[in-house]
Design a protein around this ligand. Structure first.
Ligand code: ZN
Length: 66
């Protein structure tokens, strides 16, 4: 089996944050955008999380950056 020789980072996906094709999978459940630094852990994504809550959290994070 030579499947392990294949690197996950060879595939780029569209970033949901900046829209560029720079999203790499660097762990089984983790993605990061090389362009804008967008980070996503899909293993901890909750289907019950309402979109407004995600908006509030991102707003708070944005406020901390500014
Ligand atoms: Zn991005």
């Amino acid at each position: 089996m030579n499947y392990k020789l294949t690197e996950h980072t060879s595939e780029l996906h569209n970033c949901p944050s900046c829209g560029k094709q720079a999203l790499v999978q660097y762990e089984t459940y983790q993605y990061r955008c090389l362009w804008c630094g967008f980070d996503r852990d899909v293993s901890r994504m909750s289907p019950a999380l309402p979109s407004w809550l995600a908006f509030v959290i991102s707003s708070i994070l944005l406020g901390l950056l500014l």
